[in-house]
Design a binder for this molecule. Structure first.
Ligand SMILES: [Fe+2]
Length: 352
């Protein structure tokens, strides 16, 4: 299967994976044929790329870092837990802890390369973001060798880091235009609101509480709410860095998701912890498996596999030469062929 831009998909193309809507319903089922009438519906739901099956992409199958069934379960569980928090303004520690344990079980494999598709769910942004930040935080804690019991508490903080936003009006959270100063000040209160919710529960670890309160703090003291950078706990730093990356990689009402290249460039200008930022950079594949890429030698191919050794140099199944307009198939491992690199990700393979 391969990823194709929704604007490039053609009538009759075979859908390779179920496309799920915000509400959890299936918009298009796996193996169904695409119809032009679907295009607008997908775009309206901020779905810009879908997987299709065709001859060119045979043998390419993206490996999810979390089993899709377990992922759906995590998604449901986090929604249930957040609904409970909304009603009781208290945390069901066991429920959040169970989700955290599942994340560790799924993500404990050593050599994880994570791509934008692993962090994307066609779901409400709040849930998508909490789970996305928790996935990144779990991988980063594993990579940094943080003690298991500490890491568990940090990931619980990642799952709940924006819980205070349940009180912030949706029209402020989802405003497409720049926030007014007043609205921004209101948005900033989500860290204290979140802290007040977790703080009163004595079963929640101080490490988790600090991650909720301090994920917008920066080491130079420029963050909020306390502005005490140098005393920042490692857990708050990790969640803060993963929060920045995941937000930039997501579709927002005011802009589309940025490419990994753009995300890294912006993150490098943020005042986030440098060693943690570098760990995140080392696990994010530039081009998800199934993406169409133009190579520096003029060939066009489909990304078949990513490697933890260098996330910008995948194994590519070359299918077309842009100079000769000829179809030709061979595999090019960019880990070995250092004279060739990916020039850019493109929406589709040209049709000759
Ligand atoms: Fe936040």
């Amino acid at each position: 299967m391969r990823l194709i831009n929704v604007n490039a998909i053609r009538e009759g193309d075979i859908i390779a994976r179920d496309i799920i809507s915000y509400e959890g319903g299936i918009l298009l089922t796996r193996s169904s044929k695409f119809k032009n009438a679907f295009r607008q519906k997908l775009l309206e739901r901020n779905i810009y790329e879908v997987y299709i099956d065709d001859e060119l992409s045979q043998g390419i199958s993206p490996q999810d870092i979390i089993n899709p069934q377990i992922r759906r379960q995590i998604n449901q569980d986090i929604k249930t837990e957040f609904e409970k928090i909304k009603h009781t303004l208290d945390i069901n520690v066991e429920g959040i802890s169970r989700i955290t344990t599942t994340l560790f079980e799924e993500l404990s494999k050593k050599e994880i390369v994570c791509d934008v598709m692993d962090l994307k769910m066609n779901d409400d942004y709040t849930y998508q973001h909490c789970i996305g930040v928790a996935i990144l935080t779990t991988i980063v804690c594993n990579k940094m060798g943080i003690r298991k019991d500490h890491a568990h508490k940090i990931v619980m903080g990642a799952l709940m880091h924006d819980i205070g936003k349940i009180i912030i009006p949706k029209n402020t959270l989802n405003k497409p235009e720049k926030l007014t100063q007043e609205e921004y000040e209101l948005l900033k209160t989500h860290v204290e609101i979140g802290y007040r919710i977790v703080e009163k529960n004595s079963s929640v670890s101080p490490i988790t509480k600090l991650a909720v309160l301090c994920h917008h703090e920066r080491e130079d003291g420029s963050g909020y709410p306390l502005g005490k950078g140098d005393e920042l706990h490692i857990g708050a730093k990790i969640v803060g860095v993963c929060d920045v990356f995941h937000a930039l990689m997501s579709n927002r009402p005011y802009r589309q998701a940025l490419s990994v290249k753009e995300v890294i460039a912006i993150a490098q200008m943020e005042k986030i912890n440098v060693p943690i930022r570098q760990v995140v950079e080392s696990i994010l594949a530039f081009y998800p498996v199934g993406s169409t890429v133009l190579l520096s030698n003029g060939d066009i191919g489909i990304v078949e596999k990513n490697f933890v050794q260098d996330v910008a140099r995948p194994l590519v199944k070359v299918v077309y030469n842009v100079n000769t307009h000829q179809k030709h198939e061979y595999k090019l491992n960019l880990q070995e062929r250092l004279d060739v690199c990916v020039a850019e990700k493109i929406p589709d393979i040209p049709h000759s």
